[in-house]
Structures are given as C-alpha cells and as structure tokens.
Design a binder for this molecule. Structure first.
Ligand code: S6P
Ligand code: ZN
Length: 194
C-alpha cells in the first residue's frame, strides 16, 4: 500500500468561500473569541473590562475551519475574521501563537481590510508586515504571529499551514510580543514594549 502511517489517505474535496464577508460556507468548526477571551493581552486591561461590561462581551474574532487530519503531509486552512476596534487606543488583535512544531510556516492571504501581521522569534527578534486586500504574508518557520486590525472594517484572511503544526499560546501569554500597535489621532503607532 502506498499510504504511510503518519499521513491518512482522504478523498479530494472543494470548499465554497464567501470572500466578501469572510465566511467559509461549509465550515464544520467555527472558533469564536470574545472580548473576555482577551483578558491579559492588551495594555489597558481596565478599558477591556469596561468594554465587556458595557457591550455584553462582544465578538472579537472568529476562525472558520474544515476538518483535515492534523498530521504531517496534510494542509490546514481557515478564514480568520478580526473585528475592527480599539482597547483604549490599542488596535484589536488576535492572541497570537507559535506553532507547536516550531519548524512549520504559514501563508496568510489578506482578503479584506487592513492591518499588520506582528511576528517574533523565540530570541526576541520582531517584525511587522502590512496586511491589506490582495497582499500575502509569509510567516516563516520559528516565528510567532498575531494579526492586528488597524482599519475600521473587519480584517479577513485566508490561512494555510501544515496539518501537524499545532498551536502554542502559552509562551505568548507569558512573554507577549515586543511591540504593540496603537491608533492615536488617526495615526498608526507601533510602540516597542519597555
Ligand atoms: C493558525 C492560524 C490562524 C489563527 C487565527 C486566530 O495557525 O495562524 O488560523 O489561529 O487567525 O489567531 P490566534 O492567534 O488566536 O490563533
Ligand atoms: Zn499559525
């Protein structure tokens, strides 16, 4: 048999995407992150708590996925839709993660909106790449990544990454990223952490 143990044999399939609204129509998994899931991530925790109280814990971002074996040889893919807004004056962002298998990369194709991909290595080197409709960002192996929405519409991306990559959030909760993105007087400011 030509099939190897570490990679299941599955049938080919197609998926319909609503590129305008950032929805994967046949998605079987929809992961939702609300404002309360972001406690501990923003500089101004008080502003986040106020938002949760005054607006009833609004949606922050969502990820649509289809089930593909999470193993070597397969490709995971998803649509990630990050709402626009500010916590204090810090732009809405995703939690951010390393891949559990550090030596795995990812492609983000921005379908709508604008913002940045913030990336960092375990050694503290960091980099931002502009995300805007039609631009693709290559997140290389070893780089943790977080999307940040600097616009006033949802930031929608299509992502593809190796099936066995996995997600490591713990290291980001502990160390954060070396820089944050703010919008002050309509100006985007990328500020390094002290
Ligand atoms: C997975 C990929 C995306 C993110 C999604 C949510 O490797 O990078 O699907 O999971 O954008 O972001 P986060 O930081 O909460 O995982
Ligand atoms: Zn990833």
């Amino acid at each position: 048999m030509f099939v190897k143990d570490e990679t299941q044999f599955i049938q080919p399939f197609g998926v319909d995407l609503d590129l305008e609204n950032g929805i994967m129509l046949d998605a079987t998994h929809r992961l939702e992150r609300r404002a309360s899931d972001m406690l501990g991530y923003y500089q101004n925790e008080e502003a986040l708590k106020q938002l949760i109280e005054s607006e009833g814990d609004p949606l922050h971002y969502e990820v649509f996925e289809c089930p593909v074996p999470e193993e070597y040889g397969h490709l995971m893919y998803c649509i990630s839709t990050l709402q626009p807004g500010r916590i204090g004056d810090e732009c809405y962002m995703t939690k951010g993660h390393y891949h559990t298998v550090l030596e795995t990369s990812e492609i983000y194709l921005c379908l709508k909106g604008e913002g940045f991909m913030m990336m960092k290595t375990p050694e503290g080197e960091w980099k931002t790449e502009k995300m805007v409709k039609g631009r693709m960002v290559y997140v290389p192996a070893y780089w943790a990544h977080r999307s940040i929405n600097t616009g006033d519409t949802p930031l929608i991306s299509f992502c593809v990454y190796p099936g066995d990559a996995g997600h490591n959030y713990g290291d980001i909760i502990e160390d954060g990223f070396p820089a944050r993105v703010f919008l002050r007087d309509k100006e985007i400011i990328i500020e390094e952490e002290q």
